[in-house]
Write a protein that binds this ligand. Structure first.
Ligand code: ADE
Ligand code: ZN
Length: 344
């Protein structure tokens, strides 16, 4: 019996309605095969799949690059403001169903501008859906623009220039794509400029890359959060530092399984992270590609690692505490979690 619950079913029901924030979600990675087909038809874009089943069958990856190849191909169906709206609105509807109260969404502008889609078209569609979710669901959001680390720093600088007219809608910058061989140091200057513009800073580090990349993200990029961070566990001094600094890690269990960062979900380090005093959170990364939205991620690790009620509450609390909401917003959600847990 899981600690704090009378059955696994009771734990599942507790997770389902628990107020939570999602802090690591690539909006392009929420493109479901059904919508991919619809948009391919709408925009007369050829895709190398005959059916939705064909697409799902192609989602077998042995590492990050395997996935990225298909992810960049998939986003090629996105062209108009309406496409970006439909994509974002579909994700927000699913997040709302998972009791997500606040989202911090990544987008990859270079994956679109390099295909001739205007930066403003991407922003307009995403932000219209975010605004609608605030009205319809009371869901708040932040938007984080990621630089593709397999491209050059000069290209990231150009993307930051393109973002300047839209900084009223962009809250932070991140770093994603192929990690190994593209360390944070490669982007030190552009992140310095982003910081001077008042943007929040995050970076994928320690997903496939070594602990040294996590150190660099902290020291050179001066991140407010680490995305993934799994390989930090190989370095005891780094674990101590992350714990002492109260650094939030946005962990993505089903992503880690699908990309072979872990061999089996029962070997996932989430519980080890919590026990080491790390501020781990649970997120879905690219839910359409990895087989589940945020609640499915909570459920997978809760079952595999037999998480207690205290563990699950800690994870949800960490998601708001590590968010870019202001102090009042964070406090309101933390109180809601405590009330929910006390009543359950
Ligand atoms: N882009 C989308 N998902 C990603 C991930 N998990 N790691 C790096 N880049 C990504
Ligand atoms: Zn990611």
């Amino acid at each position: 019996m899981p600690d704090g619950f009378t059955s696994a079913e009771e734990r599942a029901a507790f997770i389902a309605a628990l107020p939570k924030a999602e802090l690591h979600l690539h909006i392009e990675g929420s493109l479901e095969p059904e919508l991919m087909f619809e948009l391919a038809q709408r925009n007369k874009v050829a895709i190398p799949f005959a059916s939705v089943e064909d697409v799902r069958a192609a989602y077998a990856f042995s590492n990050l690059q395997d996935f990225l190849d298909i992810y960049y191909q998939g986003m090629g169906v996105l062209h108009s403001e309406r496409d970006f709206y439909d994509l974002t609105a579909a994700y927000l509807t699913r997040a709302h169903a998972d009791a997500v109260r606040h989202v911090e969404i990544f987008f990859d502008p270079q994956g679109h501008t390099d295909r001739g889609v205007a930066f403003g078209t991407v922003i307009a569609g995403i932000t219209r859906a975010l605004d609608d979710a605030r009205t319809s669901y009371g869901m708040t959001s932040k938007l984080i623009m990621c630089f593709l680390r397999h491209l050059s720093e000069a290209e990231a600088e150009k993307t930051l220039d393109e973002a300047l007219p839209f900084l009223d809608r962009i809250d932070g910058v991140g770093l994603d794509s192929s990690e190994v061989g593209h360390p944070p140091a490669k982007f030190e200057r552009v992140f310095g400029r982003a910081r001077s513009l008042g943007l929040k800073i995050v970076a994928h580090a320690g997903e496939e890359g070594p602990p040294a990349y996590v150190h660099e993200a902290l020291d050179l990029l001066k991140v407010h959060r680490i995305d993934h961070g799994n390989r930090s566990l190989e370095d005891p001094a780094l674990i101590a530092r992350l714990a002492a600094e109260g650094m939030t890690l946005t962990v993505c269990p089903l992503s880690n399984l699908k990309l072979c960062v872990v061999n089996d979900i029962t070997a996932h380090p989430l519980k080890t992270m919590l026990d080491a005093g790390l501020k781990a959170t649970i997120n879905s990364d690219d839910p359409s590609y990895f087989g589940g939205y945020v609640n499915a991620n909570y459920q997978a690790v809760a079952d595999a690692l037999d998480l207690s009620k205290d563990d699950i509450v800690t994870l949800a609390r960490n998601s708001f505490a590590g968010s870019f909401l202001n102090e009042t917003g964070r406090a309101k959600h933390l109180a809601a979690i405590d009330a929910y847990a006390a009543a359950a």
